[in-house]
Design a protein around this ligand. Structure first.
Ligand code: 13P
Length: 259
């Protein structure tokens, strides 16, 4: 099974609308249309930038999708400060990051919250928004030698109560916490080991055929200098890029590494 790679930029809490439009335009200008045959590309800006960024890519007919960085599982109601799945669909989001380690650590998101979000995204089947489910261990867990068990438990918790029909279009991103924003990338061997283990967990949950078709990304200090070797690993099907996605040239070089 050959999986089409996905390169997704997570802009995190960066860029006003004006800055976001400039960055999207720079990405668009550097983007060759036929790359879309070989790689899926998305950017995940802050909520307020989603529509303006989407408009830039649509206007230029640039095959770059937009995704959100978070979502709430209820469709509407008295949930001050939250954004719903119908709102993301209205903008035309194709993806939604769920359970990023910054949300787990800084905003106390639990495995149960992540599961509620994943199940809500799966329940909305018309023009679906696909979750990019983030998992990954802290340095303490890695040093303890229990990384694979930890990540296995996160994957099982995120997908609890779902089936292969829903899960097949979901994406899992392995983002070791110690590699995020630190410049300390996992080695290709370390990243491959965990991504392969994630696929094995997915195979236990959803069957080998489904797991074989699902994309598992690596994220954590990925840049144009290390993307080649990471993306060459058999179980790494793309990248979730933070810092390097804020520079159009770097982001596009990573896209090229996935071609
Ligand atoms: P960095 O690429 O800045 O390490 O961030 C990775 C990340 O958290 C993407 O979601």
């Amino acid at each position: 099974m050959t999986r089409k790679p996905l390169i997704a930029g997570n802009w995190k809490m960066n860029n006003t609308i004006a800055q976001a439009v400039v960055l999207a335009q720079e990405v668009s200008n550097l983007f060759e249309r036929d790359w879309a045959d070989a790689v899926d590309v998305a950017v995940c800006p802050p909520y307020v930038d989603l529509k303006p960024v989407k408009t830039v890519f649509e206007f230029d007919k640039t095959p770059v999708s937009v995704g959100a960085q978070n979502v709430y599982w209820e469709p509407s109601g008295a949930y001050t400060g939250e954004i719903s799945i119908p709102m993301l669909k209205d903008i035309g989001c194709r993806y939604c990051i769920v359970g990023h380690s910054e949300r787990r650590t800084l905003f106390h998101e639990t495995n149960e919250d992540v599961n509620d979000k994943v199940r809500a995204l799966f329940a909305d089947k018309v023009q679906p928004v696909h979750p990019i489910v983030c998992v990954g261990e802290s340095l303490a867990v890695r040093d303890e030698g229990t990384c694979l068990e930890f990540v296995d438990a996160q994957v099982r918790a995120a997908f609890a109560g779902t089936d292969e029909v829903d899960a097949k279009d979901a994406v899992v991103a392995y983002e070791p916490v110690w590699a995020i924003g630190t410049g300390r990338t996992a080695t290709p061997e370390q990243a491959q080991e965990v991504c392969a283990a994630i696929r094995a967990t997915l195979a236990e949950l959803f069957g080998a055929e489904c797991a074989d078709g699902m994309r598992v990304l690596y994220g954590g200090s990925m840049n144009e200098g290390n993307a080649d070797l990471l993306l060459a690993q058999p179980d790494i099907d793309g990248g979730l890029i933070g810092g390097a996605s804020l520079k159009a040239g770097s982001f596009v070089e990573i896209v090229k590494a996935a071609l």
